[in-house]
Design a protein. Structure first.
Length: 88
């Protein structure tokens, strides 16, 4: 591969700032609509503190790792599945 010199380029003179500002000001503004925020509706998820025996926690971590998901996701999945099956 040949090494080429950087071409000589002359800096362009600054353009008309007023024209740029007019162009930007003329851009269409997106319609704004009310978006519900978590503060209005409350958070979708609530933090929960759980305590596990270390051996059980190791099994939970192992099961989550086999599925390729986080510990929290595995616990949510497992609880949801148990509740859907009518347990509890």
């Amino acid at each position: 591969m040949a090494i080429a010199r950087k071409p000589n380029s002359k800096p362009k003179p600054p353009g008309d700032d007023d024209a740029a500002d007019a162009f930007i000001a003329g851009a269409a503004k997106p319609a704004t609509r009310a978006i519900a925020t978590a503060a209005e509706d409350g958070p979708r998820k609530s933090p929960v503190m759980l305590r596990f025996d270390r051996a059980l926690l190791a099994k939970v971590d192992s099961a989550a790792k086999r599925r390729g998901i986080s510990r929290s996701a595995w616990i949510q999945f497992t609880v949801s599945r148990a509740l859907d099956a009518g347990e509890g």
